[in-house]
Design a protein around this ligand. Structure first.
Ligand code: CP3
Length: 340
C-alpha cells in the first residue's frame, strides 16, 4: 500500500481516495490518551518520554487508521530548549517565564535537549503502518514568540504586539533565534524519519497589513529556505490560521506545498485563487464533531464538493476539541471512506 498523504503532496494527480488526518488527533478526547497522560505525570514529561509519546501518537492511528500520524510534541518545546522556563498548568494551559530580549535565550543546548523528541520520531518511523505518513512539525516564529513574550496564551497577543512596537530590535532578535532553532529542529526531525512537515502559525490572524508580510510570511519563508538550503526536499504544509484574504499570498510567497485553512473563511474563496500546484487542507469546523450527525455530514459533503477538482487533504480548520465524542470521529471517517 502506498502512503496517500505523501503521494498527494508529491504527485500532481488527485488520488482515488481522499486522504484524512486531524490536527490534535492525539489528545484528551481519547480515554486511552488520558490514561497515558496520567501515567506521564505532567504534559512535558509525556512529550519528552519517547515510549509514551510514541504510544499516544499511535493511538489515533490504531483507532481510525488515519492516513497520517503527527509526532506527539508541542510548539512550546522550542522555548524550553532555548533555556526559557516552560510549564503547563492543569486545566489552564502553558506558562512561561516571559522574555523581552534574545539575550535571554541560547541555541547551545538545542540538539541535546531535543534528543528524546528525535528518538520518538525514530520509534514512530519503525512502528507506524507502512501506508501511514509521518508528519513532523513546529510552531511558526510569530506564534511561538507570542507565548514567549506574554508568558502564556493571550486572546489578542497584545504583549508581543507591544514589544514589536516598543523594541523592534529585541523583537526581531527573538524572531531570528526562533527561525534558526526551528530550521535545525525540523531538519533533525526529517533526519530521524519525518516525511512531511507542518508549520503552525496559529496566531497569524492578529498580524495585519505589512506586519503579516514581515512577521508571518517572511519568517515562515526563512525556515523553508533554510531547510531547502540544507538539501531537504520534504513537503511542507503551512497553516497561517486566520490569514483571511492573505492565505493565497502566504502560500505563493513562502513556497509551501500545501496550505491548511481554518474554518472562519469560505474554502471556495481561498481555492479560487490558489494555484493548483498547492494542495489544500482543512476547513472543517472542529465544533461540528461535538454534535456529529447530519450537520457534520453536510459540512463534510460541502468540503468534498468544493475540492472535487483539486488535490485536498481532509482535516479540521483547527485542533479537535477535548469534548469530541470519539464515535463521531469514527462516523466521519467511515462516511468519507465510503464515498469513494
Ligand atoms: O496534533 C497532534 O496530535 C500533535 C500534538 C500537538 C500538541 N500541540 C499536543 C498538545 C500539536 C501539533 C500541538 C501544537 C500546538 N501547541 C499549537 C499550535 C496548534 C494550535 O492548536 O493552535 C499551540 C498554540 C500549542 C500550545 C499549547 N499546547 C496550548 C495553548 C496548550 C493548552 C491548550 C490545551 O488544549 O490544553 C497546549 C497543550 C497540549 N498540546 C495538549 C496536547 C495534547 C493538551 C495538554 C494535556 O494533555 O494536558
Amino acid at each position: 500500500m502506498q502512503k496517500t498523504i505523501l503521494s498527494v503532496l508529491n504527485n500532481s494527480e488527485k488520488p482515488k481516495t481522499l486522504p484524512i488526518w486531524l490536527m490534535r488527533q492525539a489528545g484528551r478526547y481519547l480515554p486511552e490518551y488520558k490514561k497515558v497522560r496520567t501515567q506521564a505525570g505532567n504534559f512535558l514529561n509525556l512529550c519528552y518520554t519517547p515510549e509514551l509519546a510514541c504510544e499516544v501518537t499511535l493511538q489515533p492511528i490504531r483507532k481510525y487508521a488515519f492516513d497520517a500520524s503527527i509526532l506527539f510534541a508541542d510548539i512550546l518545546l522550542i522555548p524550553d530548549a532555548l533555556g526559557q522556563k516552560v510549564w503547563f498548568v492543569e486545566g489552564e494551559g502553558p506558562r512561561l517565564e516571559p522574555i523581552s530580549s534574545p539575550d535571554e535565550l541560547t541555541l547551545d543546548n538545542l540538539s541535546q535537549h531535543m534528543k528524546p523528541v528525535y528518538q520518538t520520531v525514530s520509534l514512530l518511523s519503525e512502528r507506524l503502518p507502512k501506508e501511514t505518513t509521518l508528519i513532523g512539525f513546529a510552531g511558526s516564529p510569530w506564534t511561538v514568540a507570542t507565548y514567549m513574550i506574554a508568558g502564556r496564551g493571550t486572546p489578542n497577543q497584545a504583549p508581543a504586539h507591544a514589544l514589536k512596537h516598543n523594541d523592534a530590535h529585541a523583537f526581531q532578535g527573538i524572531m531570528d533565534v526562533i527561525v534558526e532553532a526551528t530550521i535545525n529542529y525540523l531538519a533533525a526531525q526529517v533526519e530521524h524519519g519525518a516525511e512531511v512537515l507542518q508549520l503552525f502559525d496559529s496566531w497569524a490572524g492578529s498580524l495585519n497589513g505589512d506586519d503579516f508580510d514581515r512577521f508571518c510570511i517572511a519568517p515562515n519563508k526563512a525556515i523553508i529556505n533554510g531547510l531547502r538550503a540544507k538539501g531537504i526536499t520534504t513537503p511542507i504544509i503551512g497553516f497561517p490560521r486566520g490569514a483571511k484574504n492573505r492565505y493565497v499570498d502566504f502560500a505563493v510567497e513562502t513556497g509551501v506545498q500545501a496550505l491548511s485553512i481554518d474554518q472562519d473563511i469560505a474554502l471556495s474563496s481561498v481555492i479560487a485563487d490558489l494555484p493548483d500546484t498547492v494542495v489544500s487542507q482543512g476547513n472543517l469546523d472542529p465544533l461540528c464533531l461535538i454534535d456529529g450527525g447530519q450537520d457534520m455530514f453536510s459540512k463534510v459533503d460541502e468540503i468534498i464538493e468544493v475540492t472535487k477538482d483539486r488535490r485536498h487533504i481532509f482535516n479540521l480548520g483547527h485542533g479537535i476539541t477535548q469534548y469530541t465524542p470519539p464515535q463521531n470521529v469514527s462516523a466521519m471517517v467511515s462516511y468519507i471512506r465510503n464515498k469513494g
